[in-house]
Design a protein around this ligand. Structure first.
Ligand code: HEM
Length: 382
């Protein structure tokens, strides 16, 4: 565990790297709060009140919010989508694979997660490109090639009450409000309707709560799963023997899915804030200190994973940290993400004998995500 100073206005942070420490911190929600945000940014209490989502809410309020949507994300609820995901993957691959050489991010990884979310939440097709673009600009808010409003610059000051301190966060809310307006007029059985119908302590959610719920559901489920898919195929291009192994033994599909999610670690970290002084590994974390839990490091911790740097589609056990672990914020969409990765791998395994890189992968400039902007691949078909 190491302390790092930061430039003003930030105040520095602890970096936590070991698997066991990350699980312990995630579990200890009383002493390690999410309420001041989960990134390096240091928003004020007022900023947070305006843009607090479920991910930066502590129990007991967190428990109430999560209860509104949790039944839509159980393994059983999610299994209903398998048929849809398979048909969607079939259409997507039938368009992409005959090209022989193509950008896997654009033609496959980008397509599947957003359309699954659209189905779940009732987003109209015509809005999907806007959601993808806004999500990219928010999540990759440190990459000047993706957004013109880069985090850390003074020109973000006026957007501090919006998601990711960005004008694109404001646009995301506006887009969401348009859909909410339509849904209130025409109620349906999708997740957006569930959120709009929900009551907490006898009252409907406020406009701010609906804005924030909407934006986290759209952002969290789209970018992350896209990264897992693209980084997974990059791993298979670099380790063709693992692709052969999966193709020759389809019973490995679940462990391969889990390994892709461990190895790709789409979200590198989450942050907590200490609510009191805590001793950890002979160091003193002071009240108010930021603590960054590096999942990407814990996922390669030799004390938990044998040959941790090895990409091994048969890895078992595989209690990775990519969805968080041990605490109440563990990824709400984990089963949905697993389903998508599993079905895409499964359908690819039936059709593709080998992936080769057809150019350099282009990474998103970010310490938060492991995103790829482009993944040029050549596919050999069976
Ligand atoms: C491979 C894909 C995904 C990865 C790697 C991922 C990762 C994560 C992580 C690391 C957290 C925070 C855990 C913590 O703080 O303890 C989280 C929370 C969350 N994720 Fe995911 N996620 C993925 C897919 C999804 C999907 C498909 C959805 C669906 C909408 C989703 C919705 C959420 C939500 C709403 C939260 C906040 C949960 C809470 O605070 O209670 N995620 N995810």
């Amino acid at each position: 565990m190491t302390w790092f100073d930061e430039d003003a206005p930030n105040s520095g942070f602890w970096s936590v790297h070991r698997y066991a420490d990350i699980v312990e911190l995630s579990r200890d929600v009383r002493r390690f709060s999410s309420a001041m945000g989960v990134s390096f940014e240091e928003p004020t209490e007022e900023d947070m009140t305006a843009r607090r989502t479920i991910i930066d809410t502590d129990p007991p309020a967190h428990t109430q919010l999560r209860k509104i949507v949790s039944s839509s994300f159980t393994p059983r609820a999610v299994s209903v989508f398998e048929h849809f995901v398979r048909a969607l993957t079939d259409v997507t691959l039938s368009a992409a694979l005959p090209q022989g050489e193509f950008d896997f991010v654009e033609h496959v990884a980008r397509e599947v997660p957003i359309r699954v979310l659209a189905k779940l939440m009732g987003l109209p097709d015509a809005t999907l490109d806007d959601f993808i673009e806004l999500g990219d600009k928010l999540i990759a808010n440190t990459d000047p090639e993706i957004t013109d409003v880069v985090w850390g610059r003074d020109d973000t000051e006026e957007y501090r009450r919006f998601p990711f301190r960005s004008p694109y966060g404001k646009q995301l809310w506006e887009l969401g409000r348009g859909l909410v307006h339509d849904r209130l007029a025409h109620p349906s059985d999708d997740l957006l309707s569930t959120v709009l119908d929900a009551e907490v302590d006898g009252a409907r959610l406020s406009q701010v709560d609906v804005d924030n719920f909407f934006s986290i559901l759209v952002i969290a489920g789209n970018e992350t799963t896209r990264i897992a898919l693209a980084q997974g195929i990059l791993a298979f291009a670099e380790h063709p023997e693992q692709w052969d192994r999966l193709r020759n033994d389809p019973t490995l599909i679940n462990s391969a899915t889990e390994e892709v999610i461990r190895y790709s670690c789409p979200t590198h970290f989450m942050r907590r804030t200490a609510t009191e002084e805590v001793q950890l590994r002979n160091q003193t974390i002071r009240q108010g200190d930021k603590v960054i839990m590096w999942y990407v490091s814990g996922n390669r911790d030799e004390e938990e994973f044998k040959d941790a740097d090895r990409f091994d589609v048969g890895r078992s056990p595989n209690r990775h940290l990519s969805f968080g672990r041990g605490g109440p914020h563990i990824c709400l969409g984990a089963h949905l993400a697993r389903l998508e990765v599993r079905v895409v791998l499964d359908e690819l395994a039936k059709r593709v004998t080998r992936f080769e890189l057809a150019g350099d992968p282009i990474r998103i400039r970010s310490n938060f995500t492991n995103g790829l902007r482009r993944l040029p691949v050549a596919v050999h078909l069976s």
